[in-house]
Design a protein around this ligand. Structure first.
Ligand SMILES: [Zn+2]
Length: 158
């Protein structure tokens, strides 16, 4: 384990002690090493970001039940409403049979990147709940359940 892994491991352990029971329950279903690798994958993904306007590079990594990791990164356009969020880019890469298999997502950028409102809805669209990790390079990390980020998801029917 390198320094990065050690730091992330400690941050996750510390957060798990103080987080709510629902988030803890989601995290308990995943091996700690997989969560550490997921954070590192999201950090790596951020390097691919195209953010010439904001210079805010965001990486996302989704963990699936079969341990596959799907990465995404933000892509900015001159018209800011066209910008594609990293979470959204990663979710868009899921094949139909992977949509039910999402266990966790890690989002990495400076200043603890919180998913935007659209992405919060996107995160709970396919699965009932999942673990959301946000982390930055300054040694900060937070754990959430996606449902806590969006307690009342939008439904098109019933
Ligand atoms: Zn977003």
């Amino acid at each position: 384990m390198n320094n990065d892994s050690n730091t992330i491991s400690k941050l996750i352990t510390n957060k798990l002690e103080t987080t709510d029971i629902n988030t803890r329950s989601l995290a308990s279903k995943v091996d700690n090493n997989k969560l550490i690798n997921l954070v590192l994958a999201s950090k790596e993904a951020a390097r691919n970001a195209y953010a010439p306007y904001s210079n805010y590079q965001v990486g996302a990594a989704i963990l699936l039940a079969d341990d596959e990791v799907i990465k995404g990164w933000n892509v900015e356009y001159q018209e800011s409403t066209s910008t594609i969020c990293a979470e959204s880019a990663a979710l868009a890469r899921l094949s139909p049979n992977q949509r039910d298999e999402v266990i966790a997502i890690s989002v990495f950028a400076r200043n603890l990147p919180k998913p935007c409102g659209y992405c919060r809805q996107r995160l709970v669209e396919f699965v009932n709940d999942l673990l959301v990790i946000v982390a930055d390079d300054e040694g900060k990390l937070e754990l959430y359940s996606a449902r806590a980020l969006l307690p009342d998801k939008r439904r098109n029917k019933g």
